[in-house]
Write a protein that binds this ligand. Structure first.
Ligand code: VTB
Length: 333
């Protein structure tokens, strides 16, 4: 199947909008769990809703980055097929990025998925990945092997600001204590986040958020999702897998990754035309979360499509009244 298959170049009828419904469904389900202290339940709800929503999408989608690695156990696991049939595509998905964020009612949880032509998305085991994510003005300038002090300097120069004016997002984890100390010595401003490094990367690449880069060690699946976002946004991820054991190195080999030390850039992780849909679950700097209103809910989705060459903010009011009215009455608040 050619790369055109996803968007059907012949008549240029792109189906990217279909994917927004899928992340919206997952976000609507997860949003109900905000602040309830149960991240696992929020995640389960998002997964069930996402899986159900795929029943209406005209694709033959193969999950290459998914929810778990055992297709027997999880319906959204790597290797499972979703969709009602149609165009063949690869999918990378995270039904709920930031389960603990939802559990605590904090900022920045999303539901996200990426679709591309077959073999356009890297298969990677569920392990850690060291990443630096930057926006367009800094593309090609950062190096994952460079000392972080130098990285801060490079970012500052590319943006035309002082090192003390650069804002970096870092996952709040003990493994980042040294990194944070070094960044502080370099003078940078730091935003520590509890979870959600896909959204952190997007925030760094989108203008107007005040965030300039995401740096640190997070999940590899999230890294691949971020690579897709960077392709759509014109930013860049530089990354390296971060195995914790010999077993993980061997597992990576079964995914065809022989050189675990390899430095990767965006194009090593994703290629060709891509669609990325991300819907806010809790309010964040880039996306609003699910808001409830009489008889329904409102969601905000960022739908990026390289084929359509569009980034759309899809603001959707969902009629959730039961039973559904034949003629809807809308009060958009
Ligand atoms: C990050 C973060 C995710 O996993 O990738 C993180 O962005 C990495 O794992 O939201 P640890 O939690 O072990 O640090 C998540 O937190 C999802 O679990």
């Amino acid at each position: 199947m050619s790369e055109e298959a996803l968007s059907g170049q012949e008549d240029f009828h792109c189906i990217c909008h279909e994917f927004a419904r899928v992340t919206e469904a997952a976000a609507l389900a997860a949003g109900r769990w905000m602040g309830k202290g149960d991240g696992a339940a929020a995640e389960d709800a998002a997964r069930v809703a996402m899986h159900k929503a795929f029943r209406h999408v005209p694709i033959e989608g193969t999950i290459v980055v998914g929810e778990g690695e055992d297709p027997e156990v999880s319906p959204l696991a790597v290797g499972r097929m979703v969709g009602v049939g149609g165009r063949s595509c690869d999918l990378a998905l995270i039904a709920l990025e930031g389960a603990n964020i939802v559990a605590r009612g904090q900022a920045g949880a999303i539901s996200a998925l990426v679709a591309g032509a077959p073999n356009s998305i890297m298969r990677a085991p569920d392990m850690y990945m060291q990443k630096i994510v930057v926006g367009a003005p800094i593309v090609g300038k950062v190096d994952i092997e460079a000392p972080v002090e130098d990285t801060v300097q490079v970012i500052a120069e590319a943006l035309g600001v002082k090192a003390s004016e650069v804002t970096l997002i870092v996952l709040d984890r003990p493994r980042h204590d040294d990194l944070v100390a070094t960044l502080r010595r370099a003078g940078a401003r730091i935003k520590l986040i509890p979870d959600g490094d896909v959204m952190a990367g997007i925030a760094a690449a989108v203008r107007g958020t005040g965030d300039h880069a995401y740096i640190g060690i997070g999940g590899a699946p999230e890294g691949i999702m971020t690579a897709a976002a960077m392709r759509c946004l014109g930013g860049e991820i530089v990354a390296k897998l971060w195995p914790l054991s010999r077993r993980e190195i061997e597992r990576a080999r079964t995914f065809g990754i022989d050189d675990i030390e390899r430095c990767m850039r965006t194009d090593d992780m994703v290629r060709g035309h891509l669609v990325l849909s991300a819907t806010g679950v809790t309010n964040g700097d880039v996306l609003k979360g699910v808001h409830y209103q009489p008889g329904g809910a409102r969601t905000q989705t960022m739908l990026m499509c390289t084929k359509c060459r569009q980034i759309r903010y899809v603001d959707t009011v969902h009629d959730l009244k039961e039973p559904a009215n034949e003629v809807g009455f809308w009060r958009i608040t």
